[in-house]
Design a protein around this ligand. Sequence first.
Ligand SMILES: Cc1ncc(COP(=O)(O)O)c(C=O)c1O
Length: 358
Amino acid sequence: MPTFRPDLMSIPHYVPGRPIEEVARDLGIESIDKLASNECPEAPFPEVVDAVALAANTVNRYPDSSTYDLSRAIASHQGVAPDEVWVGAGSSEVLRCAALAVGGPGSSAVFAHPSFVMYRIATMVAWSEPIVVPLTSSYAHDLPAMAQAIRDDTAMVYVCNPNNPTGNHIAGVDLRSFLDAVPEQVLVVVDEAYAEYASAEDYQTFINEAPNRPNLLVTRTFSKVYGLAGLRVGYGVGAPELLVKLSHTQAPFTVTSTGQAAAIEAIKHPDRVAQRSERNASGRRLLSDGLVALGYDPAESQANFVYFEPPGDAGQLGDALLHQGQIVRVLGNGIRVTVGTQEENSRFLAVLESVVAT
Ligand SMILES: Cc1ncc(COP(=O)(O)O)c(C=O)c1O
């Protein structure tokens, strides 16, 4: 047996939502809805499927490691320069590479809890110490406490906006004050994986400000509203000098040619993306209203999921739902349910009602 790093097994392992096939096999049930991974419930645009099929003809070659065309497509979509865009195999790769670039023994990273579990994993993989700041009782990032928690050895701070798993957002003015308060030697990652779903008037993306702030990286993904989770494409936006350094930890060719082709095509259809986002907002409303009608108090979501803390054991409720074919995510005391199709949303509420009635 080789000698492993001593902290290896204390690094949490990312636990994905259970696949439909696995639940069908284990529980012997046929009708299953997967509302556990914040995926887009709609198939990719047909033009995207065609672009992937075309790109499949050239997979005997390595992909373009510089993501030349995709970086340009993202840059023109977002109104930034191509060298202010860094593409990764999902935004999780961007997060992990950033953590590796600034972390290391003797460093620390600050993030909220509950928030996206990859922040803890990336921090620990980078051999940094996690500094966890609980959300407030209304599920908000406690930005003053996070600013206070920054130590001399802090290399990185993560802010998730809207936050996974609670779905709520940070108002632009509050986030700006926080960014102004963080010392320049600390990297701030503002993770905007769910930005396309946010419609609150005081929500603000920091993509266009990132290139002018030397310590800010804003991340986005094609895995959510663009519906390309299976192809692994995400990106970060920041100052070119920052991106050159952060991306030094990235392996070559991680962004596949099929993924690049799909993302280039998907980004050409902003109107359809906006329609998806509207359909998501109405599904989110249905789920939230339905949960309230059943006596729960869901968090105010600006994302493609809704989070609530049942009065009893969340694990037991999640299990009961699973046995009725509803795969949701249990996270500590809470349950996160992804907005599905209209039928899936209605079915989830009906099953939940019947499960709690028994
Ligand atoms: C907050 C947040 N950031 C980033 C990601 C990662 O997305 P991907 O690696 O698929 O781009 C997720 C995925 O669920 C997420 O919830």
